[in-house]
Design a protein around this ligand. Structure first.
Ligand SMILES: C[S@@+](CC[C@H](N)C(=O)[O-])C[C@H]1O[C@@H](n2cnc3c(N)ncnc32)[C@H](O)[C@@H]1O
Length: 245
């Protein structure tokens, strides 16, 4: 019997001062910085991360988990899931509410990993600089590979795709998200080119694309459009070619 799905972001009366505080925190990380400086930022943010992303109405973990559950309808409790850039564990929490039980996680930030560890959701948690180091896991190991909220400009580079692909079992699923805000459009185009290239080579097939208008509240005034205070985002799910045992 699955537990009911609590919303990731319960309705909050968003106080504009609080929202501005969160925007200021994140703006400090959006300044040009090296990947290791970015991870330093996450180390410092880790204990406050979940409260702050609730203020931003960050829905990606819930939406990605719902999307995955919609295409993975049987034997969820025996699927081994790798949560890449797992942060504090929001994605595994959402997946657990939908009947998934087996999680490994990897992230570059030791601070975020410490918060995730306390949740006792992951059987294994590892630290790794994505885009620089290989994933510390064997090939064709995972039924599902998730990367949520980390494929964007200034975070995890598109080149990580080859590692995500390597560790996925033939027939396994990969669920990826990115943002469609103005400052991420070039990154998104590069990502989509790489996704299409793998599809054209017959290495995987796309099984879901879900565009989401209200992904999260925009963190910079530049991203606020006349239409909305929110930025859009997108979820992709691919199935790796090959048999599924
Ligand atoms: C916005 S958080 C998303 C966390 C989680 N997936 C979620 O949706 O709540 C981005 C995560 O990516 C990690 N990250 C960013 N760049 C990274 C890199 N190059 N290597 C490893 N981890 C990275 C950060 O430490 C952080 O935990």
């Amino acid at each position: 019997m699955y537990k009911p799905h609590p919303p990731l972001c319960p309705p909050v009366a968003v106080n504009s001062t609080r929202l501005q505080e969160v925007r200021d925190v994140i703006a400090s990380a959006h300044k040009d910085c090296t990947p290791s400086e970015k991870l330093q930022f996450y180390n410092q943010w880790a204990n406050q991360y979940e409260e702050d992303v609730t203020v931003l109405e960050y829905k990606a973990p819930r939406l990605a988990a719902e999307a995955l559950a919609s295409v993975c309808t049987v034997n969820r409790d025996s699927r081994l899931v790798l949560d890449v850039a797992c942060g504090t564990g929001l994605v595994a929490e959402q997946l657990q509410h939908r009947g998934f039980l087996l999680f490994h996680g990897v992230d570059g930030s030791t601070g975020m990993l410490e918060v995730a560890k306390k949740k006792q959701l992951y059987q294994e948690l590892r630290q790794c600089m994505l885009g620089k180091d290989s994933l510390p896991f064997g090939s064709e190991k995972y039924d599902v590979v998730m990367i949520v909220g980390a494929l964007s400009d200034g975070q995890v580079p598109v080149s990580v795709l080859s590692e995500l692909f390597r560790v996925t079992k033939p027939g396994g699923l990969m669920c990826l998200t990115t943002r469609s805000n103005i400052s991420n459009l070039q990154y998104k185009a590069e990502l989509e080119e790489a996704l299409t290239d793998l599809q054209n080579r017959g290495l995987w097939e796309q099984i879901l694309v879900q565009e989401v208008e209200q992904w999260e509240i925009a963190v910079s005034e530049k991203e606020v459009t006349q239409k909305s205070d929110y930025i859009p985002g997108v979820i992709y799910i691919y199935r790796k070619s090959g048999a599924y045992e």
